[in-house]
Design a protein around this ligand. Structure first.
Ligand SMILES: [Fe+2]
Length: 153
């Protein structure tokens, strides 16, 4: 029979896998905008989007391995990422640069929320390492929200 501890761990694994899917999806979306951005702020945005994509991608392995260290199975494929992520694709061609900034701003704000859920699940499961790391992931996401938000002013 499953104990309360098992349930908390299952919830944490599910939450971490959701965050992992979001990181992968936002990585690809940010690269998409890095490749396709155009307009008078091309250089700044092209470089900023690349910095953000690199930062996000660096967390994917860390999050997946937190799942494994909790004895859970993590994501296995692009299909698994697509099924789990809450970040919406945007395949629109010729998207306006400020629309890209606005979308990434909202997506990174959503990440801050997703990380908050992971942290709370980690607390419930007694996973101190994930709980501590989540603060760093939050600061990084808030930094991206700040940079993107300042551009929108
Ligand atoms: Fe590039």
């Amino acid at each position: 029979m499953a104990t309360t501890g098992d349930n908390a761990r299952t919830a944490l694994v599910d939450s971490l896998n959701g965050l992992l899917a979001d990181f992968f999806a936002l990585y690809v979306k940010t690269k998409n905008f890095h490749w396709h951005v155009a307009g008078p702020n091309f250089r700044d945005l092209h470089l900023l989007f690349d910095e953000h994509a690199t930062e996000i991608f660096a967390l994917t392995d860390i999050v997946a391995e937190r799942v494994r260290k909790n004895d859970g199975d993590t994501l296995t494929s692009i299909g698994a990422i697509g099924a789990k992520t809450r970040i919406a694709d945007n395949d629109t061609r010729g998207l306006d640069a400020m629309t890209m900034v606005r979308e990434l701003h909202a997506d990174n704000e959503a990440l801050v929320e997703a990380i908050r859920e992971v942290k709370s699940a980690a607390t419930q499961a007694g996973d101190n390492a994930t709980e501590g790391m989540a603060d760093d992931w939050t600061d990084q996401a808030q930094q991206r929200v700040w940079f993107l938000g300042q551009i929108l002013k």
